[in-house]
Design a protein around this ligand. Structure first.
Ligand code: SAM
Length: 462
């Protein structure tokens, strides 16, 4: 069974920094699917509509406007969203005037088809058109077809102060760039999110200062390929932006996602090593361990190049945890290619991985030129094998932490016991430990005394 951890439904999140608009006349309910970028985008959308008289509700039955922020990355992500739209269709019959809108990647990919298909939605808004939402909502209220799916070369929503939708008030996503120019053969992102563009650094730092003022302790800088962050033709690189962020406060933890093997420089690695508050964790998607498949995927690097980047991480940041993404059963993948993926996983010893079966996406290079020729049962078997290996690798990595003491940022109360808290260490591992007089948002030192493949367990030490 596939582990689809990046297709999370973040339904009914408790807003933390909602500026309740006293002049609000309507309720907005928003559901977010897919990647962290979508979470950050939903926060921008809520901010835009908050200023236009919409207050956020956690109960979709109270909503006047329901928005679904969508993901197109794999076919099953889209199917889940169609099922949800059908549920809302029933609600629309009961509640006159209720508007349902689809925003984000599926809106961009399917455009007017969504308005036409069984009249499931009233408005369709792509990822670069959120500033137009107030106008589009009015058009939809007037019974018009409301759609804007224009992609932009400039839009970064730079100065919009997002309304935080996270539950804990401790860690937040901050978007530093939009779009992707990589054109990997399998990937729909360049079609749904447009060209790469970087956000002005001052606006990023101001957003983080506002988070610090509101007691946040951790930010994750987001982009499809953060290593390509580039403001004003080299004036501010990703390494520089990381450094400027880390210098805002030693109390602030800095994370980032996603790095790209071809573009990740030693300068970035040295910056991570230099600042204790830049977390020692890198998500570096490899997709396959076979150079032939990487070539077909148009990833722009080989197995050897990837291994060189891993060696550089281990040399420059010895305590760094590394995770990755894998696609099994890409076009033409042989048993030997698959074995190469397994051997690369073993060689690196990843702490964690997101693993997927290849899903052909319309209009991508692979859909146009390469037959999706690995049978479903072989894709599933290979996926099972990499999941099993990853469990073993995660467990091995966690066992190495037994007896070590880590600084942990407390994020909440453990699901399994009210007497225990959880947080993450710099390496992004979840640590569960005994409760003392500490609050969510505190840093504590925890000594690890037990583990599973997913979690470290320990006790607070003074
Ligand atoms: N920008 C990142 C990169 O490629 O380096 C990742 C972006 S994507 C939102 C997250 C992951 O989804 C990818 O790394 C890949 O493993 C997976 N993915 C993307 N397209 C896919 C497809 N057509 N079928 C299966 N998995 C896919």
């Amino acid at each position: 069974m596939a582990i689809e951890l990046d297709i999370k439904k973040l339904e009914g999140l408790q807003p933390v920094l909602v500026k309740n608009n006293p002049a609000a006349h309507s309720n907005l309910y928003i559901e977010t699917y897919g990647c962290q970028m979508n979470v950050a985008d939903s926060e921008v959308v809520v901010s835009i509509l908050n200023g236009e008289g919409f207050n956020l509700t956690e109960n979709y039955k109270e909503a006047d406007l329901i928005l679904i922020n969508t993901c197109s990355i794999r076919d099953n992500a889209e199917q889940r969203i169609f099922n949800r739209l059908n549920e809302f269709k029933a609600l629309k019959k009961q509640k006159k005037g209720l508007l349902v809108g689809i925003i984000g990647c599926m809106a961009e990919r399917l455009k007017e088809n969504l308005l036409e298909k069984e009249k499931l939605v009233d408005l369709v808004v792509g990822p670069d058109a959120y500033r137009d939402l107030p106008k589009l909502v009015k058009e939809a209220e007037g019974g018009q077809r409301a759609i804007n799916v224009l992609l932009s070369r400039e839009e970064t929503y730079a100065e919009i102060s997002p309304v935080r939708l996270d539950k804990n008030g401790v860690s937040s996503f901050v978007s530093i760039m939009r779009g992707c120019d990589n054109m990997c053969a399998f990937c729909v992102v360049p079609f749904t999110r447009g060209r790469e563009r970087s956000r002005k650094p001052e606006t990023i730092l101001n957003e983080i200062r506002e988070l610090l003022d509101n007691s946040y302790k951790e930010v994750t800088l987001l982009g499809q390929n953060v290593d390509k962050y580039n403001w004003n033709e080299g004036e501010v690189s990703f390494a520089k932006l990381l450094e400027m962020t880390a210098q805002l406060s030693p109390q602030l933890r800095v994370r980032f996602s996603t790095s790209y093997p071809q573009d990740m420089t030693d300068e970035v690695l040295h910056t991570i090593a230099k600042y204790p508050n830049i977390c020692k964790y890198i998500h570096l998607p490899v997709q396959s361990g076979s150079s032939e498949i990487l070539d077909k995927m148009k990833r722009g690097y080989t197995r050897e190049w990837y291994m060189d980047r891993i060696s550089a991480i281990k040399r420059i940041i010895p305590d760094c945890a590394i995770s990755s993404d894998f696609i099994t059963g890409f076009c033409g993948e042989t048993e030997q290619d698959h074995q190469q993926t397994l051997s690369l996983m073993d060689w690196v010893g990843f702490e964690f991985a997101y693993m997927f079966k290849y899903s052909e996406r319309p209009n991508t290079y692979a859909a146009r030129k390469l037959p999706d020729d690995v049978p479903e049962e072989i894709k599933s078997r290979r996926l099972d094998e990499i999941i099993e290996l990853q469990h073993k690798l995660s467990h091995i990595s966690n066992k190495k932490d037994l007896g070590k003491t880590f600084e942990v940022l407390i994020e909440g109360v453990s699901k399994k016991s009210d007497d225990r808290l959880f947080g993450r260490n710099s390496q992004n591992k979840v640590v569960v430990f005994n409760k003392k007089d500490n609050q969510i948002g505190d840093y504590v030192m925890v000594k690890v005394n037990d583990c599973t493949s997913a979690t470290l367990h320990g006790e607070i030490v003074e």
